[in-house]
Design a protein around this ligand. Structure first.
Ligand code: CA2
Length: 147
């Protein structure tokens, strides 16, 4: 069975509790439930994690090799700073869909650069929590293009 990892970065554990005007009022637990329902529909296995530290995110990416077939990554603010996450994605050679709740290109200049985009198979941003199931469909389609 196809298995994917959805990995969430720093501060995303605060979703639904602060800045709803930017990130919506859906909590990360709500998003996980939405993703688990989508996984059933797509008949794929799902791991769902959130970490605030860069090192822990790197550990999840390294551990995904040989366990998962692809990764959906919302790296939060590390998107714009982390050469280490970019290198980790290259080193595990798993397809990664980059995901953001907000449209990072319509926001501050410092959010326009993404190190993740350079090594991702594709990017979904700006659709809020709905981007998560969209990213799952995109990754499942990428992994099994003829199904
Ligand atoms: O739009 C996204 O998904 C982001 O990855 C979210 C990051 C931001 O740094 C990226 O530029 C875009 C920030 C996540 C912070 O999440 C919060 C949630 C609730 C309250 C405060 C922060």
């Amino acid at each position: 069975m196809t298995s994917i990892l959805i990995l969430n970065g720093p501060n995303l554990n605060l979703l639904g509790t602060r800045q709803p005007e930017v990130y919506g009022s859906t909590t990360l637990a709500d998003i996980e439930a939405m993703c688990r329902a989508k996984a059933q529909e797509l008949n794929i296995a799902l791991a769902f994690d959130q970490e605030n530290s860069e090192g822990a995110l790197l550990d999840h990416i390294h551990a995904a090799r040989g366990v998962h077939d692809g990764i959906i990554l919302n790296a939060g603010a590390y998107t714009h700073t982390s050469v280490a996450l970019m290198d980790a994605i290259s080193s595990v050679a798993l397809p990664v869909v980059e995901l953001h709740l907000s449209n990072i290109h319509a926001r501050e200049e410092f959010r326009h650069n993404s190190y993740i985009s350079k090594v991702a198979v594709g990017v979904i941003c700006g659709f809020g929590a709905a981007g998560y199931p969209l990213a799952m469909e995109a990754l499942a389609g990428h992994l099994a293009p003829n199904e």
